[in-house]
Design a protein around this ligand. Structure first.
Ligand code: ZN
Ligand code: ZN
Length: 913
């Protein structure tokens, strides 16, 4: 085998440089949080950010791309968590190298370049490389001879090294329907020494076999079909290439090590851990699982937090919390009992920061969040594991080998032990956890807490009909190559003839009043929902006679090049080809624009007041209000909110112009523009700056804005709440809504002032005077009530009985609170130096309250008020306790109160005999 001195970073860069030199555009990794894909927890493959191109709903300025994509696989179908730490190859976070052709080059070039990079640039021995190609075991899809021949044609490729495999290994599908195609994999034979099944007589080393000798390096996917049904495959008009090569794996091969954890991508992290433990190399080897888990999980957590995913209770945030806690627990196994993961994360930032600058930008946030989470976990780890151990011990004494999911969830909800850690601990004792039960309990809890649905359905099934409309319109020269024109930035109305009317998913020639329709025009000025800003509404009306009118309620871009206006025919019968005027609801649009500009000002002000970590995590820009979610660990103080509100209003009054420029993405980022995570950006971006040279705000944004900040009018924060773990939400209004709010509040204030007989300015003083007075009155009422109770109570003294020489009084009083009952027992004890008293009443909720008191001398003789009160409360379905001299209990059922009290005398008698 060859040896190279290439570092992991060099290998990543080599890959990208190689393809850039062959006409590919380098596309930076998209966020670990998939943009616009509600069905996916994390980006789990390089193709996630290009998916819409394959589906035909997106187009890019380039047809060849290369990237190194950050991926996470910890949930759902691709869940490698169980194996992480146990072996050399599985990770939660990993990098995927890929080169892409969108309807450009195909199999021949993809194969040739893969061969050239592996064998020339990286000098892997040609005789050790094997290629697999697709052959359908069901004989329904043609054999991929095109790929096989491409391999056989490579210089130095052993033609006998092409092998064919079936659907499981060599056919790729995105989903049950949609783009799909054969794939071709390159495997390397690392030599017999790498076989880990040598002792097994039935074992033969082979490609796609079960030992470590043959390793799959690179998967080339050729997207050439569209699956319409389980048996229906249609050729795609444009064929694509999608390749994937795990960076950790190729680095392990090129650095000739038998474990990903021995590559320079991960071994420095293990070194940091070893430095912290002070263990020897031998001890490290003996404890390799904790080392691997810590290295893997801290790397993943570092990248997650850089992408805005902070530790929390649900979804992605839960995953971040879980891996930090899991790493911390494994740290405990090798003696690391204080927060330590930040030092591992620092190494990650140092080693990966050059290629992934978001790590450097978010350094402080990353380190703070990790340490804070470790600290939080330490508070509960001991009690959590102690409780779990007790539960498991009880379980191991029975035939039951599975810890119920509800119990596991309870451990998480009350003691912060994530399922994965509970499972780790259970497995260490050869027990298991009911995971579906855990998820069910979590779901129940989530619904009960009103957190709503985590993931919605996947859309885009109807791409085909719109694509065929586009094809027809283009063939008839009614639309150009770009499809429907889109410019929401200049005019408020456009004129054009109706190119298509769609009703119930079908193209029609004419629509009738009352019908819901979709209208396609040559161009539109209506904004389509994106970046949080809602779609425009408005009207489409006939430009000529006969007149008709459509109310437009929504906008949609169902396929690349197609924009539809969704609306209802108000009157008349619009026909295909009619000349039409599309007019935006201008007032609604202006309200929306004020809120959008205010959103940028708010974002900037939050960063100024709270710090750079306060980053956008979600946004809604509607006409009547704006909602802005941002990362921040705790609730804002009222002073902070006031400060932020004042800052935004100051900027509004300065009346700064908004500068809008189109520039290359990289240039904008270099100029300090804020790009949003989870957003996709093209090559050219729209950059909006506010203020002079030293911008107050600098963002990439496709939204519509006012031209000067003064147009926003007035900005008022209406609420600040928690949106999710580690994410705060501010809601605010501007312009007309702000004025309406001020008006409403003034009206309320004036009304209160009138009622108080004061001026609005005097309301606070006047109110606190009244509240003081009310408080004083309440106190007096309590005293009066108590005196009254005492006067009433005195007559109960006739009921006092003497039991074994002590005074015993039991009584049920009407409508008396616990405080008063206690005061009465005090007075009893003052008057009777040796006695037992139990008083009961029914509280305002109809449930019994019981107070028992015992004098000191009887306590010395072994009587305890706590025991007594428990005894009385038991038949009432209640419980309680307290000190030996005074105890209190509650109950559920007041009907048995009198009967329950009768036990007191007997109890005293028995206790004193
Ligand atoms: Zn083998
Ligand atoms: Zn914006």
């Amino acid at each position: 085998m060859t040896f190279t001195n290439l570092t992991g970073a060099r290998i990543r860069q080599d890959f990208i440089d190689f393809f850039v030199a062959r006409g590919h555009t380098f596309v930076p990794s998209s966020s670990l949080v998939p943009g616009g894909d509600q069905t996916l927890l994390f980006t789990n493959a390089g193709m996630v950010q290009f998916k819409d191109i394959f589906l035909g709903t997106d187009k890019r300025a380039y047809v060849r791309a290369a990237n190194s994509q950050k991926c996470m696989r910890v949930a759902g179908k691709h869940n490698d968590l169980d194996d992480v730490g146990r072996d050399d190859t599985h990770h939660t976070f990993f990098e995927m190298l890929g080169n892409w052709s969108f309807g450009d080059y195909y199999k021949k070039e993809a194969v040739a370049w893969a061969w050239e990079l592996l064998t020339s640039a990286w000098a892997l021995p040609k005789e050790n490389l094997w290629a697999t190609c697709f052959q359908d075991e069901n004989d329904m899809i043609p054999r991929d001879d095109e790929a096989a021949n491409a391999w056989r044609n490579q210089p130095g490729f052993d033609p006998t090294h092409v092998l064919f495999f079936g659907r499981k290994d060599n056919f790729w599908e995105m989903a049950e329907t949609g783009p799909c195609g054969p794939c071709s994999e390159i495997h390397i034979d690392r030599g017999p020494a790498y076989c880990d099944m040598q002792g097994n007589p039935n074992h033969t080393c082979r490609v796609n076999g079960d030992c470590k000798r043959f390793l799959e390096l690179w998967n080339l996917v050729f997207i050439q079909y569209n699956r319409t049904s389980p048996s229906g495959l249609e050729p795609l008009p444009a064929m694509h290439v999608d390749t994937g090569m795990g960076l950790e794996r190729i680095v392990s091969v090129l650095q000739d090590v038998d474990s990903n954890y021995k590559t320079d991508l991960l071994s420095p992290l293990l070194d940091v851990v070893q430095g912290l433990t002070g263990q020897t190399a031998k001890e490290r080897a003996a404890n390799i699982t904790p080392y691997r888990v810590i290295a893997d999980h801290s790397r993943a957590a570092t990248f997650l937090i850089a992408d805005g995913v902070v530790p929390g209770n649900l979804g992605r945030n839960y995953v971040c919390r879980m891996i930090i806690r899991r790493a911390a627990r494994f740290g405990g196994k090798i003696g690391l009992n204080k927060p330590f993961l930040a030092s591992v994360a620092e190494k990650v930032i140092e080693n990966y920061g050059e290629f992934y600058p978001e790590l450097i930008r978010n350094r402080k946030t990353i380190l703070d969040n990790i340490t804070r989470e470790e600290e939080r976990f330490q508070h509960t780890l001991e009690s959590g594991t102690a409780k779990l151990s007790a539960l498991l011990e009880r379980l191991s004494g029975t035939s039951e080998k599975v810890l119920p999911g509800e119990v596991a969830f309870d451990l998480y909800a009350t003691l912060g032990l994530p399922l994965e850690i509970t499972r780790d601990i259970a497995r260490e004792g050869n027990l298991d956890v009911d995971e579906p039960g855990f998820r069910e309990a979590m779901e129940k809890h989530r619904l009960a807490s009103g957190a709503g649905e985590a993931f919605g359905p996947l859309g885009g099934e109807d791409v085909e009909i719109y694509s065929s409309i586009l094809d027809e319109l283009q063939a008839a020269s009614k639309l150009g190559a770009e499809g429907v024109g889109y410019d929401p930035y200049h005019a408020l109305e456009v004129e054009g003839n109706i190119l298509a009317i769609i009703r119930d998913g079908k193209v029609v020639k004419q629509a009738q009043p009352g019908e819901t329709v979709e209208i396609i025009l040559p161009e539109t000025c209506f904004y389509i929902e994106s970046g949080g800003q809602v779609s425009d509404t408005g009207w489409i009306i006939a430009a000529n006679e006969p007149s008709w009118e459509i109310r437009v309620n929504d906008m949609r871009k169902p396929a690349a090049g197609i924009i539809v206006h969704l609306g209802v025919v108000l009157r008349g019968s619009p026909c295909l080809g009619d000349q039409a005027i599309a007019r935006i609801d201008a007032q609604r649009r202006h309200d929306t624009m004020r809120n959008h500009t205010a959103t940028h000002l708010l974002h900037a002000e939050l960063r100024l007041v709270l710090g750079e970590h306060a980053r956008q995590a979600g946004s809604l820009v509607a006409p009547d209000h704006l909602r802005f979610d941002f990362t921040h660990p705790k609730a804002l103080l009222p002073e902070q909110l006031e400060h932020i509100e004042a800052g935004v209003n100051r900027t509004i009054l300065e009346d700064f112009p908004l500068n809008i420029q189109f520039k290359p993405l990289q240039e904008a980022i270099n100029d300090g523009a804020i790009a949003l995570f989870g957003e996709k950006y093209g090559e050219t971006v729209r950059n909006i700056t506010i203020g002079e040279d030293d911008h107050i705000s600098n963002e990439l944004c496709g939204g519509t804005h006012v031209s000067e900040t003064g147009d926003v009018g007035l900005f008022i924060i209406t609420g600040e709440t928690s949106a999710a773990a580690g994410i705060r939400r501010i809601e605010a209004v501007t312009g007309r809504s702000a004025y309406e709010l001020v008006q409403k509040r003034f009206r309320a204030l004036k009304q209160v002032a009138n009622q108080l007989g004061s001026s609005p300015e005097e309301v606070p003083v006047k109110t606190s005077e009244i509240l003081d007075e009310l408080e004083e009155t309440r106190k007096q009422v309590i005293i009066l009530k108590r005196n009254y109770a005492w006067l009433n109570f005195v007559r109960f003294f006739d009921l006092i009985e003497t039991v074994k020489g002590v005074s015993v009084l039991t009584a049920v009083l009407e409508d008396t609170d616990a405080d008063t009952l206690r005061a009465l027992t005090d007075r009893f004890r003052q008057r009777y130096p040796s006695g037992v008293i139990v008083l009961a009443s029914t509280g305002s909720d109809g449930k019994p309250i019981i107070i028992a008191a015992i004098t000191e001398d009887l306590v010395k003789r072994g009587l305890h008020a706590g025991d007594l009160v428990k005894l009385v409360a038991a038949p009432l379905g209640g419980s309680g306790g307290g000190r030996p001299t005074l105890a209190q209990a509650g109950g559920r059922d007041a009907s048995q109160l009198e009967k329950a009290m009768s036990i007191v005398k007997k109890w005293v008698e028995i206790k004193l005999s």
